[in-house]
Design a binder for this molecule. Structure first.
Ligand code: ATP
Ligand code: LTN
Length: 336
């Protein structure tokens, strides 16, 4: 049917660091496919990012670069709503209201708060503590059906459902509680230097960034840690050959080849031929993204148009929910 309504999906990403191959081959690469299936909202969660101290100029630059990278990775702004969180004041406004419907005890149980406060012992600020409430506001404003999250964010979607349930218990059916959306098979790309830990921006030696120069990427792959087993052949064995298996996973994602095909391709050739081949394949996958990002970043007017239009669309939907909530809790509406 023509007017069949699509399900709604929302996801936020913090502009807290540079995008890397793990972010791309894991979640990002699948987002363009979702655009056709769902009504998608994607935003840069800059309000969340300042829970950890940031350099202001860096944060501005990263936010703009990320918008360009998302578009370069295939998020067509004509087909989804792409915006910056701080441009839609309803997020902070609903966040405040929901603070008053969230219990100190339930926030104390959040594992991310416990982890992040241990890592930032000199800056355990109230924002870090109430982070999940702002995240609940981000979600509930858009009444989504699904929220795609990694395992680490599942607890935050659950508290969002609890907050919505508590609010609805008092005021009736106002806020729609969404389901977490667990990606089909989320690739877990491991570090090139320590293949037992995941590739992460906090370990730059083993991490390949989307904007890195081809020669630097090639060098990182040539130096990638392989395994100290004696057979030294390219064979999938996650337990005994984590380094080689990780490289195979990357090569498979980059070329679309199966593990059997890769084993056949490098049969008898050893790691010396395999590592540069993976590097080249990655360079070729990232080249158009890097070039397109560069092109987009040179066209500030276009990017501004994208995030202005995104914020307008988002604001329209978000304000509808906010008005409903304000009315329910008893705020006198502003005079017309
Ligand atoms: P950190 O430096 O804290 O490790 P990060 O590099 O893991 O950060 P996040 O901003 O926490 O990046 O993650 C953004 C998204 O990318 C999340 O959905 C996360 O699950 C995914 N992701 C991060 N690293 C990988 C990886 N190595 N493989 C697959 N997916 C990843
Ligand atoms: N907490 C998430 C980012 C985030 C988010 C959201 C994700 C903020 N608000 C709303 C989904 C929906 C993170 O750190 N990855």
């Amino acid at each position: 049917m023509e007017n069949e309504t699509k399900k709604v999906m929302i996801s936020g990403i913090q502009p807290s660091g540079e995008l890397h191959l793990g972010n791309y081959l894991g979640p990002l690469r699948h987002w363009p496919e979702m655009i056709d299936e769902f009504d998608c909202y994607f935003f840069l969660a800059d309000l969340h990012t300042i829970t950890v101290r940031q350099d202001p100029a860096e944060l501005r630059k990263r936010t703009l670069t990320l918008i360009a990278q998302y578009i370069a990775c295939g998020l067509d702004p004509e087909k989804c709503v792409l915006f910056i969180q701080s441009h839609v004041p309803a997020h902070s406004q609903l966040g405040w209201v929901l603070n008053c419907y969230t219990m100190f005890g339930e926030l104390s149980r959040m594992t991310q708060f416990k982890d992040k406060s241990a890592r930032n012992a000199d800056n355990i600020n109230a924002g870090l503590f109430t982070y999940p409430v702002l995240m609940a506001a981000d979600i509930l404003l858009y009444q989504p059906d699904f929220v795609p999250v990694g395992e680490d964010q599942k607890q935050h979607v659950e508290i969002c459902r609890d907050i919505a349930g508590r609010f609805n218990g008092i005021y009736g059916d106002v806020l729609k509680a969404p389901q977490p959306y667990i990606a089909k098979v989320g690739a877990r790309i491991m570090s090139l230097s320590t293949p037992n830990s995941k590739m992460s921006k906090s370990q730059p030696e083993g991490c390949v960034f989307l904007m890195e120069k081809p020669e630097d990427i090639a060098r990182k792959f040539k130096r990638a840690v392989t395994d100290s087993d004696t057979e030294r052949c390219v064979r999938w064995d996650l337990e005994h050959k984590p380094g080689v298996s990780n490289l195979m996973q990357i090569y498979a994602s980059a070329t679309g080849k199966s593990y059997e095909e890769i084993e056949r391709e490098f049969d008898g050739k050893g790691y010396g031929a395999f590592k540069p081949a993976v590097g080249e394949a990655v360079v070729e996958v990232l080249r158009p993204i890097r070039e397109e990002t560069g092109r987009l970043l040179a066209d500030k007017a276009y990017l501004e148009g994208v995030y202005r239009a995104g914020a307008e669309k988002a604001e329209y939907i978000a304000n509808k929910t906010l008005r409903k909530v304000y009315k329910k809790v008893g705020f006198l509406p502003p005079a017309k």
